[in-house]
Ligand binder design. Structure first.
Ligand code: DGY
Length: 426
């Protein structure tokens, strides 16, 4: 039987989704993020599907309606004018029919679409909507390997920290030393009006985010040039794992729908990526690490980006080692999974991606662990996530030591993930 408390929490989560729903897309939260964000939307669709399947498909379709001709799916679609966010369209200047940013985000659409399809009550509707999305997601995957893996290594690089979604991770600190700040145009941040500056990236980081943006803009947002021209090229294991999982899921879905070419291409991408991922493994940390492609060296920084690969079909011993790493971390943090190793002196319990717990990441990690038989650790992550909501509401992220809610409030993807966690616990 479903308890009253669970039903009540789901109802509260649905309220958050409805509040942020703009008809055919959902904003992450009012004030701080007033447009459509790429991976937010894809994960949010899973929550929407619990009460409106057609609306869930629309969420992803709206995002893909703004795919670039070269296949890239931008990280922000600026559907409306709103000056509560910086940097807005006047800074990006990407010259798209509807303004968008000029960089991308973790490719979680393939995974989300397959999950929507598998769970759909209305299979006819799902087949129709999924079939139309397949070639678009396939084109995005192709874009990644053509533009972000120019030497065919099997792993793609991000060229801006915002692409990873883990904006101010400790993973980027060393590479950021190489990103200059000369020539950055004067700017006023808006994020610190909506969230505590102590929970957000620093000015030094913002200067570099903007230097990269201006650098790419000066190159006309030509993706054929940007990778090699960027002083920041990082192979993030979590980012790659999400792409690999999405490629594998897209392959399965394409097979079901009889789209064999798409299936074959995506199966090959996933297999090549999984083999290449071995290069990123660290025995010392019991997890994967980022590779700084500019200098060809692994980055000595144990972040959740190196734990996320359990979301993809990495070898069983690697999954077991990561499960043990999470258990070690769980011995020190009240709530798991923190976005950075607590033993690292650079760990910061409150600052965005330098320590806090994020429920979307927990969802993907728990999903991978459960699928590979590590049910106890998976359940522990789910429990932590549900406890955080009960104690601190639908925050953007949480302090892993105290559970304090951090960043923006009434957060869409947190609400979507809570619905997911609670339904899976039943
Ligand atoms: C921001 O502005 O904080 C976003 O994370 C960039 O996508």
């Amino acid at each position: 039987m479903i308890s009253l408390a669970v039903n009540e929490t789901i109802a509260r989560a649905v309220e958050v989704l409805r509040e942020n729903d703009h008809g055919d897309y959902t904003i992450p939260t009012k004030g701080l993020y007033p447009f459509q964000w790429n991976w937010d939307s894809c994960l949010t669709a899973l929550g929407l599907a619990h009460y409106d399947e057609a609306r869930a498909w629309t969420e992803i379709e709206t995002l893909f309606a703004h795919q670039w001709p070269d296949g890239m799916v931008p990280h922000i679609v600026f559907h409306v004018l709103n000056d509560s966010y910086f940097p807005g369209p006047e800074v990006w200047r990407t010259n798209r029919p509807t303004a968008t940013s000029g960089i991308t985000q973790p490719a979680v659409a393939g995974f989300a679409v397959r999950r929507l399809f598998d769970r759909a009550k209305d299979k006819k509707l799902a087949a129709e909507r999924a079939r139309a999305l397949l070639p678009k997601i396939d084109a995005w995957h192709r874009w990644f390997y053509e533009n972000r893996d120019p030497r065919g290594e099997g792993l793609v690089a991000i060229i801006h920290p915002w692409e990873s979604g883990r904006d101010n991770s400790i993973d980027w600190d060393d590479a950021f030393e190489r990103v200059p700040t000369e020539g950055v145009e004067a700017y006023t941040r808006r994020d610190t009006l909506h969230a505590d500056p102590a929970h957000r990236p620093t000015k030094a980081q913002y200067d570099r985010y903007l230097w990269l943006l201006q650098h790419f803009r000066a190159l006309g947002w030509d993706n054929a040039k940007l990778h090699d021209a960027s002083p920041f090229q990082i192979v993030d294991p979590g980012f790659n794992a999400i792409l690999i999982r999405s490629a594998a899921d897209l392959a399965d879905l394409a097979e079901t729908l009889g789209e064999m070419e798409i299936a074959k291409a995506n199966r090959a991408r996933a297999e090549k990526g999984l083999l290449a991922m071995e290069r990123l493994w660290s025995d010392a940390h019991g997890q994967y690490l980022c590779l700084d492609r500019v200098i060809g060296k692994l980055v000595d920084s144990a972040s959740v980006g190196g734990i996320l690969p359990v979301f993809s079909a990495i070898p069983k011993p690697r999954i077991a080692a990561i499960a043990a790493t999470i258990e070690r971390i769980a011995g020190k943090a009240r709530y798991i999974v923190p976005s950075h190793d607590l033993d690292d002196p650079r760990f910061d319990a409150k600052r965005y991606w330098r320590g806090p717990v994020w429920l979307v990441v927990n969802y993907m990690i728990a999903d991978g662990l459960a699928a590979s038989g590590h049910t106890q650790v998976a359940q522990r992550i789910t429990r932590s996530s549900v406890d955080l909501i009960a104690e601190s509401g639908f925050a953007e992220y949480y302090d892993p030591l105290s559970g304090e809610p951090l960043g923006g409030g009434r957060f869409t993807w947190t609400a979507a993930m809570v619905i997911e966690f609670l339904k899976s616990e039943r």
